[in-house]
Design a protein around this ligand. Structure first.
Ligand code: NAD
Ligand code: TYD
Length: 380
């Protein structure tokens, strides 16, 4: 069958990637969706069981750093769109092993760009109808302060463009024009990859787009990240390692809302633009942890809050960014995107999903990962 579009989604077996693959495979039966993933510790094909037999879906196990393999795949599949999510994504791992982050996030992105450039430039129509969409993070902007410089005590109430009010822990936000100030090896590598993507537009004319999103939460997130790790620990009554005082602030977005934004921007976003994606939904870690504890306890039929004593304050993460807060006004105004879920609904759905899918959780927390995980928290 001739498909209307042939799109590679890299990192489709990971947390955000599987939601993007699922959305595209189901919504666009006339597109061929090729999931290119190396299946690192974070990639799990079980995340895609429900769509793996669809005729317009294909999985290819490949490293994005394999330039020749990627180039050949693009030729064989007549690829005209790339949605690039594959990356090493966990800050704590980047602190222990920065080389892997530079290799995958920087060299891997460069390999994807160069393969696309050579293939698309070889076609008679060249860039026409092509798109290289790079998924990045708000962490490239660095960290915001927790209190307003004028001394007003947080939380502030700020009006989102949607007209809804939301709480903010400072008066500054990440906007698209802000200079990059990454702090962790993870965000430094992502920042570098963003620069390469823009350089391929500015130098060669490649039709690129970059988006920077806030912290995602939802089903299928690897349980090294705060929310799934803590849900699982609460269930098993294991300590909850809260870094520092738990005062750090993150802006949380339900993963399916991110996937919807990616769909919209892939189709309607302007070439060479950057869009910030966020939920206008800031939470201090300690507050979110309390919500998660109450929700798990309630859904397991325990007394709400009875597991609060699992909270264990541990040594802070090195270089721990204090606050992330995305201003997604541009995306809301220009493309009409809005988060669909209130945080309370999103967290309820998320906790319920992890509790209902214990087999998935057991599968990923066993074996090698478990040993890595024990090593990581040894001595804490
Ligand atoms: P994840 O760690 O859950 O998944 C990453 C996926 O990439 C895995 O399937 C892994 O196997 C694959 N991968 C890793 N190295 C690869 C390589 N060399 N070749 C091919 N595949 C490889 O990550 P995630 O949380 O789904 O994040 C996806 C993207 O979104 C990343 O680029 C990340 O920087 C960005 N992002 C994540 C968040 C978040 O909150 N999780 C927020 C903003 C942006
Ligand atoms: P994480 O989920 O690793 O995402 P990111 O570092 O990309 O924001 O962490 C979210 C926040 O939770 C961050 O401020 C670090 C904190 N955190 C803990 O306090 N304990 C933990 O065990 C983890 C994994 C994170």
């Amino acid at each position: 069958m001739n498909y209307k579009r042939n799109i590679i989604i890299t990192g489709g077996a990971g947390f955000i990637g599987n939601h993007v693959v699922r959305l595209f495979v189901n919504k666009y039966p006339d597109y061929k969706i090729i999931n290119l993933d190396k299946l690192t510790y974070a990639g799990n094909l079980a995340n895609l069981k429900d769509i793996e037999d669809k005729p317009n879906y294909k999985f290819v196990k490949m490293d994005i750093c394999d330039f020749e393999g990627v180039y050949k795949l693009m030729q064989d599949e007549h690829v005209d769109g790339i949605i690039h999510l594959a990356a090493e994504s966990h800050v704590d791992r980047s602190i222990k092993d920065p080389f892997t982050f530079a290799q995958t996030n920087v060299m891997g992105t460069l390999s994807m760009l160069q393969a696309a450039k050579l293939y698309w430039e070889s076609l008679p129509e060249k860039w026409e109808g092509k798109r290289f969409y790079h998924i990045s993070t708000d962490e490239v902007y660095g960290a915001l302060e927790l209190t307003d410089p004028q001394g007003i005590e947080p939380p502030f109430t700020t009006k989102a463009s949607s007209g809804k009010h939301h709480l903010a822990y400072g008066s500054k936000f990440f906007t698209e024009d802000l200079k990059y100030q990454p702090h962790s090896p993870y965000s430094a590598a992502k920042a570098s990859s963003d620069h390469f993507v823009r350089a391929f537009h500015d130098t060669y004319g490649m039709p690129t787009i970059v988006t920077n999103c806030s912290n995602n939460y939802g089903p299928y997130q690897f349980p090294e990240k705060l929310i799934p790790l803590f849900i699982n620990n609460i269930r098993h009554r294991k300590p909850l390692p809260v870094y520092g005082k738990g005062e750090n602030v993150r802006d949380w977005l339900y993963v399916e809302d991110h996937a919807r934004a990616i769909d919209l921007i892939f189709h309607k976003g302007k070439v060479a633009e950057t869009y910030n994606i966020g939920g206008f939904n800031e939470w201090k870690n300690i507050d979110i942890i309390k919500v998660v504890i109450n929700t798990v306890d309630r859904l397991l039929g325990r007394k709400e809050g009875e597991d609060m004593d699992l909270i264990t304050f541990v040594t802070d993460r090195a270089g721990h960014d204090m606050r992330y807060a995305i201003d997604s006004t541009k995306l809301q105004k220009e493309l009409g995107w809005e988060p669909s879920l209130q945080f309370e609904e999103g967290i309820e759905k998320t906790v319920k999903w992890y509790l209902d899918n214990q087999a998935w959780m057991d599968n990923v927390t066993s074996g090698d990962y478990q040993r890595y995980y024990e090593e990581m928290y040894k001595g804490r």
